[in-house]
Design a protein around this ligand. Structure first.
Ligand SMILES: Nc1ncnc2c1ncn2[C@@H]1O[C@H](COP(=O)(O)OP(=O)(O)OP(=O)(O)O)[C@@H](O)[C@H]1O
Length: 253
């Protein structure tokens, strides 16, 4: 059982004429086995939240805390965050020339667990996870992210999550690059990880389409760098029907 707690998080970026505050006091708690969706209009700071927790150097945390079971996540090196049980899928994963998917997964698993996985079970686990995600076995021998299509990148991301078995996964879901089949396969992977290993998921949604396949337990509406409203999955349905207009005009008033 793990708890990720974000308390009064303020984050800025450097801009030409100084700094710009993007996150303006975010409060959020995600526990094992829960799925939380963050929804909000373009530019409201959703990706910034993911990047900040991931420790992206462009984003400066000016105040507030992020803890995992009471441990200070922001003080951890990036690899320590993964070892502590956080999975942070990046919106634009980097290419790793010369490193195959298969080697990458095994190295990542070894780093996260502190010991190499047993070869026999590992090979079986990878094969099973790839089958579940309907991935061609040849994919395992390709170099990480080299020439991957949008759908392949997403499947690879979910494959990592299923194999690394984090406590809390933060997924920045640009489902724009996914066709309906890929969207379904990726969503099934997220639902499976939640059911089989009790992963807590913080799903950052840029489009509501993915929420037809993943039912969030909690929905948080992000407006201008903070949470403006919270509710259950019915809130996602309402937002899909009504949009964000009333929040945005309330924030401006
Ligand atoms: N490195 C940066 N330099 C300058 N401004 C930035 C930087 N990163 C983010 N911003 C600004 O911060 C705001 C929030 O951006 P962010 O990408 O977090 O929003 P988002 O809610 O994920 O948007 P979308 O749904 O459009 O992807 C935007 O106005 C964006 O232009």
């Amino acid at each position: 059982m793990a708890t990720l707690e974000i308390r009064d998080l303020h984050v800025s970026v450097d801009v030409e004429d100084g700094t710009k505050e993007i996150l303006k006091g975010v409060n959020l708690t995600v526990k094992s086995g829960e799925t939380h969706a963050i929804m909000g209009p373009n530019g409201s700071g959703k990706s910034t939240l993911a990047y900040s927790i991931a420790g992206h150097p462009k984003y400066t945390v000016t105040s507030g805390t992020v803890t995992l079971d009471g441990e200070d996540v922001l003080a951890m090196a990036i690899d320590e965050r993964a070892r502590a049980g956080l999975f942070l899928a990046m919106q634009y994963p980097v290419e790793v020339p010369g490193v195959t998917v298969s080697n990458f997964l095994r190295t990542a698993k070894t780093a996260v667990d502190g010991e190499a996985p047993k070869l026999r079970t590992w090979v079986k686990d990878v094969k099973g996870a790839m089958e579940n995600l309907r991935m061609d076995p040849a994919f395992a021998e390709r170099n990480v992210n080299e020439g991957f299509s949008g759908g392949e990148k997403k499947r690879h991301e979910i494959l990592q999550m299923e194999l690394l078995k984090p406590q809390i996964a933060i997924l920045d879901e640009t489902d724009s690059g996914l066709d309906v089949d890929a969207l379904r396969v990726v969503s099934e992977g997220v639902n499976r990880a939640k059911e089989t290993s009790e992963v807590g998921v913080l799903l950052i949604t840029h489009y509501t389409r993915i929420l037809r396949y993943i039912k969030p337990d909690f929905v948080h509406v992000f407006i201008d760098g903070k949470v403006a409203e919270e509710g259950g999955s019915e809130l996602a349905d309402r937002l899909e029907a009504e949009g964000y207009d009333r929040y945005v005009s309330a924030a401006k008033a």
